[in-house]
Design a protein around this ligand. Structure first.
Ligand code: HSE
Length: 408
């Protein structure tokens, strides 16, 4: 018998409990043993569930029970999850979590404790919900030097942007609908501010490149200032606006990492990822590009990934899965001056002057649209070093300016 405990009975936690109980026979068959949920930790009362007898309110019951071999942490947030997970690992219990905030902040330290104690610390559900992505990077793509990871890592923002593109809804209406549909949280700051995607790219980069990336090292911009005007111009340039998280390995061993809304060309496969779906592209030197696509959020898809990790822990109680990365360092994530193509929107009440300045600064074949009536110009620059492009853009005096990166 392998005893487990679940910490947290929210959306994901209840899904984990349901799968572990409903698929018990199937899971037992896979692990050639019997799995039993002994405790569920939650401060709230759940009196009318078929497993109401398992609820406890004191973490120490789990920490002090030597029978518990696998603990599922699905409480979310760094505290008290960090303290609880650390104590579980230190007392020789394997831990499975879906908590990206915890892994992005403390992953290297918790993996190192797991290593020391010869137990597992697995977190497949922390990135991409139900999409298998961390195990494929660590195992199936293990023969590759991974050079880049990028993708649509947040379902809520992808849903909002999609509603703006397809249904012409403005940002506030699309956000309200996402909340009504249950995709966005009541407080959607982490999603729309790009912080959720930032935590996920930290985890992906750490796993892909072997060194911890801290959220504050990632240049992060959300979608709150995207307007229908941007969406329409993007469409005219045959692009869709997507929130893209990306991390790239540089030749000197450093990496770049950022989260930002980008104009993605309709000929790029990521432009077709709609609604709450996520897609993550991994580039390896031997395999080339591979893409992982699916539901990046939701009760059962996320619980599916959590329970798969529980099964893996149960199969490897005495044999550690080698998922590890080193501590981060302050000089590891850099922002080199690279060649890019930028989307630029400029508006001025002095439209003649705006046109003259634009023509002077971008006399080459820059792809542009001039709107005499709204006194605005939108353009996509030719490829050049970002610093050189920004110097030219900043030389234009205008009332409104917006610059976004592109993905062609
Ligand atoms: N809020 C996240 C999203 C959920 O919208 O993608 C899963 O991380």
């Amino acid at each position: 018998m392998i005893y487990t405990a679940i910490m947290g009975h929210g959306v994901v936690g209840s899904g984990v409990a349901e799968i572990l109980l409903q698929h018990n026979a199937l899971i037992n068959e896979k692990i050639k043993d019997e799995i039993c949920v002994k405790y569920i930790l939650d401060l709230r009362d759940f009196d009318n569930l078929p497993y109401s007898d398992k609820f406890i309110k004191d973490f120490n019951v789990i920490a002090q029970d030597d029978d518990i071999k696998i603990v599922v942490e699905v409480m979310g947030g760094v505290n008290p999850a960090y303290d609880f997970v650390k104590r579980c690992l230190l007392s020789g219990k394997s831990v499975v979590t879906s908590n990206k905030e915890l892994v992005a902040a403390k992953g290297a330290e918790l993996l190192s404790i797991a290593n020391e104690k010869n137990v597992n610390f697995l977190f497949e559900a922390s990135v991409g919900g139900g999409i298998p992505i961390l195990r494929p990077i660590a195992q199936c793509l293990g023969a590759n030097e991974i050079t880049e990871v990028k993708g649509i890592l947040n379902g809520t923002t992808n849903y909002i942007l999609n509603k703006m593109i397809v249904d012409n809804m403005d940002f506030d209406a699309a956000l309200a609908l996402a909340q009504e549909m249950g995709f966005a949280e009541k407080d959607p700051t982490a999603d729309i501010g790009g912080h959720d995607a930032c935590r996920k790219i930290c985890i992906l980069a750490a796993l892909a490149f072997g060194k911890h990336v801290y959220p504050d090292q990632v240049s992060t911009k959300g979608i709150t200032d995207i307007t229908l005007t941007d969406v329409e111009y993007a469409d005219s340039f045959d692009c869709a606006i997507k929130l893209i998280g990306s991390a790239k390995k540089l030749e000197n061993g450093n990496i770049t990492a950022n989260v930002q809304p980008m104009l993605v060309s309709r000929s790029h496969i990521l432009s077709d990822v709609d609604g709450v779906f996520n897609a993550i592209m991994v580039t390896g030197d031997a395999v080339g590009d591979v893409m992982f696509y699916g539901k990046g959020a939701g009760k059962m898809p996320t619980a599916s990934a959590v329970v798969a990790d529980v099964i893996d822990c149960a199969k490897h109680l005495n044999a550690r899965k080698y998922i590890d990365w080193a501590d981060g360092s302050s000089d590891y994530v850099v922002t080199p001056d690279e060649k890019v193509r930028l989307y630029v929107y400029i508006q001025s009440n002095d439209f003649d002057m705006l046109c003259k300045q634009f023509n002077d600064a971008f006399s080459d074949n820059t792809w542009h649209i001039k709107n005499d009536f709204k006194k605005e110009i939108a353009f996509i620059t030719n490829q050049d070093y970002e610093s050189a492009l920004m110097k030219k853009i900043n030389s234009i005096k205008c009332d409104e300016l917006k610059v976004m990166h592109t993905l062609f």
